[in-house]
Design a protein around this ligand. Structure first.
Ligand code: GUN
Length: 305
């Protein structure tokens, strides 16, 4: 018998890397034909209006990427680029106009807003049927009620990648790190609706409790925006790790909220940064725009969670 096993047992990278970029590309290809069919059948063009206020560098990059992706799949995109010193009332006038304009199907106010402007009243004013960010209390409430209408794009993308790779959340002990309205809260609700057992931890959770929870979790969703905050050694062997963070280090390198390389030897599956949840967020903005178009023109949409 050969007792000398020369295979390197300790340094094997075994985790499945969840390819969000590929899933997003396939979704956009499907959506492109759906938009072409809509145009052919109705003569109408789904249209997304983006409000970009001030000159936040990251926001400019995000909005440019949203515009490019929309155009690629045949969705019209109209961006309102407005100065940082615009009055709150002028923004309300713009939202009113966009709400009333039948040719606009989706409205997105890029966040954060410059100092002196308040996001909350603007988000409240957006017609919930045009709220492609899914941030209106109506849409968040519909998730809680178990009947999602327009779902925030990142949580929608997370549910999609789990579904694509056939990871059923049912019964999974899950820790969501971060309690934001954009990601943490809605993803917790969506996972509860799919029978996961969910704990949400955040900046005020005692660190040792957070670590203990991660250590015993089958599914970890990291959405806190701190580079490599989740140490690989905290992760449970065989867990699924979803990394929502996009953090740029001083070196220029992009990293997520989870230590990626060492985690590859521990977890069953992990999303990379870049190329994981990011592209799915943009794809789901486009999906939401088409869904909003269908809700407005036919009163229902066949696009579901
Ligand atoms: N800023 C960063 N991410 C987002 C997003 O998903 N939507 C909006 N409106 N602003 C953002």
């Amino acid at each position: 018998m050969n007792t000398l096993n020369t295979a390197p047992m300790t340094n094997q990278k075994s985790a499945l890397i969840l390819d969000g970029k590929k899933v997003a590309t396939d979704l956009k290809t499907c959506l492109k034909s759906r938009v072409a069919k809509i145009k052919e059948e109705t003569g109408l063009e789904p249209c997304l209006a983006v409000c970009l206020i001030g000159d936040n560098a990251a926001s400019q990059v995000y909005v440019a990427s949203k515009e490019k992706s929309a155009t690629e799949i045949g969705i019209k995109s109209v961006t309102h680029r407005l100065p940082a010193d615009i009055k709150q009332s002028e923004l309300h006038d713009l939202i009113k106009k966009l709400n009333e304009d039948k040719s606009i199907n989706g409205i997105l106010v890029q966040l954060p807003l410059p100092k002196g402007l308040e996001a909350e009243p603007l988000l409240l004013q957006i017609d919930p049927m045009k709220d492609v960010d899914g941030l209106h209390p109506f849409n968040l409430g519909m998730i809680m009620a178990g009947h999602p209408n327009l779902i925030p794009c990142t949580p929608f993308g997370i549910m999609r990648i789990l579904q694509h790779y056939k990871f059923d959340p049912k019964g999974l002990k899950t820790t969501v790190i971060g309690r934001s309205r954009l990601v943490g809260r809605p993803i917790a609700e969506l996972l509860i609706s799919r029978d996961a057992t969910v704990t949400v931890v955040h900046s005020k959770t005692p660190h040792h409790e957070l670590v203990e929870l991660v250590k015993s979790s089958d599914l970890v969703i990291a959405a806190i925006g701190q580079p490599e905050f989740v140490k690989a050694e905290w992760l449970k062997p065989g867990a699924i790790a979803i990394d929502v963070g996009i953090n740029r280090l001083e070196s220029g390198k992009l990293v997520g909220d989870i230590e990626f390389e060492p985690a590859l030897q521990i977890v069953k599956a992990i999303t990379p940064v870049p190329g994981g949840i990011g592209p799915l967020t943009v794809a789901h903005l486009l999906i939401n725009t088409v869904k909003a178009f269908e809700l407005q023109t036919q009163g229902y949409s066949s696009i579901e969670l």
